[in-house]
Design a protein around this ligand. Structure first.
Ligand code: FAD
Length: 542
């Protein structure tokens, strides 16, 4: 299919090519337009919205509060949009992003249904040649990869899947019309954030649900509720301060940082703090109680014990409760947020299957087999996650100076300068790339910061009559060491998580995000600019 406006083989010129039209790509387009630049955005989905276009599974919603998981760049947008729940559902977030695209007339520069397949830096011309699956080639001075950290869905590669007589679904490629599981025996493969959101909804419809669990995860109660208008208005009245607090915080949400170690208070005080967090709910329910949650094994264990105790209290069958109790350091794999996840295991139609002790061997025409036997199924839901952080970047054949491919350069793990830029790949930026807080933060706060940094940088280049910016190899190496040292001072790298690529066979095990928090990271980015784009080489080539 040739999308409207695209001519196979034609070469068009723009100032900036942006890949992706989720939260990041939309705001990037808005800022670049403000600078008077000619921009083309490519999006492989048939509409804008990114994560919220693709992930339509039952129960999908944000786990950062709606009033924080949104843009702050426009006071009018903030004032006119009405969030209706503490945690917005996928349809509500998608409506919001459609509204943003329409309100700021963004759609006319977005080419939907178009996948960028390769990007080649043309050194003599100091331009990028961007090729798409529509056969088009675009020439751009600068490129911005807004491809998403969690947009490259892992494919189910189970033997025999083709033979399955029932229907199967990947949660991040969910049919827009929805799925009716009424009267069906459904298998859910995976117990990460997505399955934890989807199970309670699917269990209400299906006759029987079999949850195939390899690794149990910690999940905090969402305590979701409707958001009354007066509460929303009160939030908006103090919004600039609220957002500033989020921007300066560790995880991009306006929560006061903890002040005490978990080990310096009595057991009663610890319990009181954890219980208060549990009752408040949300992703930081336990992690914001004490300073050493992420850094001290003994402190972390106190929170683990509390979370496991809650699971044992909620789940009636002691054997099922025990199987649902995670063993890893809490927080070192993404903490989930749920609405009735553990409670759902008290339903007679929900069955937990431990595939750690009896691994999945394949799919048959009638169901799924493990080393312990066969489970008859009419439908299978794969909630198996993503090739996180680097997956979507490496799906594009990106070639910088001397034809060096990004895949080659990153064969031992991703290397970036400040998570924004890669040495040898001039005029190319990433949004929330490896080496930035990315998935450890409220992503919209991080996205706004990156987009603003990139837009200000391009504005600076234009004002100075320059057309070239490139990270220096030395700055990139130093940043890589800095990010690793920060991570090594925490418990994070000890878990076999998707933060280190452990869910993708053969992926280099490198802890990818910057752990020192949004506020510190923002300061580091600001210092780079204050010091004359320290670590970058700026120049004029054409
Ligand atoms: C189910 C789910 C729930 C989440 N909940 C939260 C949350 O509560 N809080 C939070 O902070 N984060 C959450 N996230 C992370 C979420 O991805 C980010 O918050 C945010 O939506 C990312 O926006 P983005 O624009 O960077 O990327 P995306 O929204 O992923 O958009 C990237 C877009 O780029 C397109 N693209 C990629 N490669 C190409 C290509 N080669 N050619 C053309 N187009 C391409 C993709 O199709 C996609 O539409 C969640 C993620 C998932 C999957």
């Amino acid at each position: 299919m040739t999308p409207r406006g695209a001519q196979p083989g034609a070469t068009a010129d723009v100032d900036v090519a942006v890949v992706g039209a989720g939260f990041a790509g939309l705001y990037m387009l808005y800022r670049l337009r403000e600078l008077g630049l000619r921009v083309r955005v490519f999006e492989r989905g048939t509409d804008v919205g990114g994560t919220w276009f693709w992930n339509r599974y039952p129960g999908a919603r944000c786990d950062i509060e709606s009033v924080d998981y949104c843009y702050s760049f426009s006071g009018e947008l903030l004032a006119e949009w009405v969030w209706t729940e503490r945690y917005a559902t996928q349809p509500e977030i998608l409506r919001y992003l459609h509204h943003v695209a329409d309100r700021f007339s963004l759609r006319r520069d977005i080419q939907l249904g178009t996948r960028v397949t390769s990007m080649r830096y043309d050194e003599p011309g100091n331009r990028w040649l961007v090729s798409t699956d529509a056969g088009e080639v675009l020439s751009a001075r600068h490129c911005v990869l807004a491809v998403g950290n969690l947009s490259s869905a892992k494919r189910p590669d189970f033997a025999g899947l083709d033979s399955f007589r029932g229907d199967w679904y990947h949660t991040s490629r969910w049919p827009a019309a929805g799925v009716d599981f009424g009267g069906k025996r459904v298998g859910i493969v995976g117990t990460g954030s997505t399955a934890i959101q989807a199970l309670p909804q699917i269990a209400k419809q299906a006759d029987d649900v079999y949850v195939f669990q390899r690794t149990p995860n910690y999940s905090m109660p969402a305590r979701n509720r409707p958001l009354p208008r007066d509460e929303l208005h009160a939030v908006l009245r103090g919004y600039p301060e609220r957002r500033r607090a989020a921007e300066q915080s560790d995880s991009g949400v306006p929560v006061a940082p903890p002040e005490r170690s978990a080990l310096e208070v009595t057991a009663e005080e610890r319990r009181r703090m954890y219980e208060a967090g549990w009752q408040r709910g949300g992703i930081n329910a336990l992690s914001y109680a004490f300073t050493d949650f992420f850094t001290d094994e003994r402190a972390n264990r106190t929170a683990q014990d509390f979370a496991r105790e809650k699971i044992r209290q909620i789940v009636h069958d002691p054997a099922v409760a025990e199987a649902l109790c995670p063993a890893h350091h809490i927080g070192t794999k993404r903490t989930c947020v749920d609405i009735g996840y553990f409670e759902t295991y008290n339903r007679a139609n929900v069955h937990l299957v431990d595939v750690r002790s009896a691994p999945i061997t394949g799919i048959t025409p009638g169901g799924l087999t493990t080393t312990a036997g066969e489970y008859g199924l009419d439908a299978i839901v794969f909630a198996i996650g993503f090739d996180a952080i680097t997956g979507a970047l490496l799906e594009i054949d990106v070639r910088g100076r001397n034809g060096l491919s990004l895949a080659e350069k990153w064969s031992g793990g991703p290397r970036t300068y400040a998570g924004l830029s890669v040495a040898g790949f001039p005029n190319l930026f990433m949004i929330t790339g490896p080496g930035s807080p990315s998935v450890l933060s409220n992503m919209v706060v991080s996205i706004e910061q990156h987009v603003d940094w990139i837009a200000d940088c391009l504005s600076h280049l234009a004002d100075a009559g320059l057309d070239h910016i490139e990270a220096s190899p030395g700055a990139e190496d130093a940043w890589g060491r800095h990010v690793s040292e920060l991570a090594d001072a925490t418990l994070y790298p000890r878990a076999a998580s998707w933060y280190v690529g452990a869910n993708i066979p053969g992926k280099p095990r490198v802890f990818m995000p910057y752990v020192a928090g949004c506020g510190n990271y923002r300061q580091e980015c600001e210092q780079i600019v204050e010091r004359g784009y320290e670590g970058f080489v700026l120049g004029r080539e054409r």
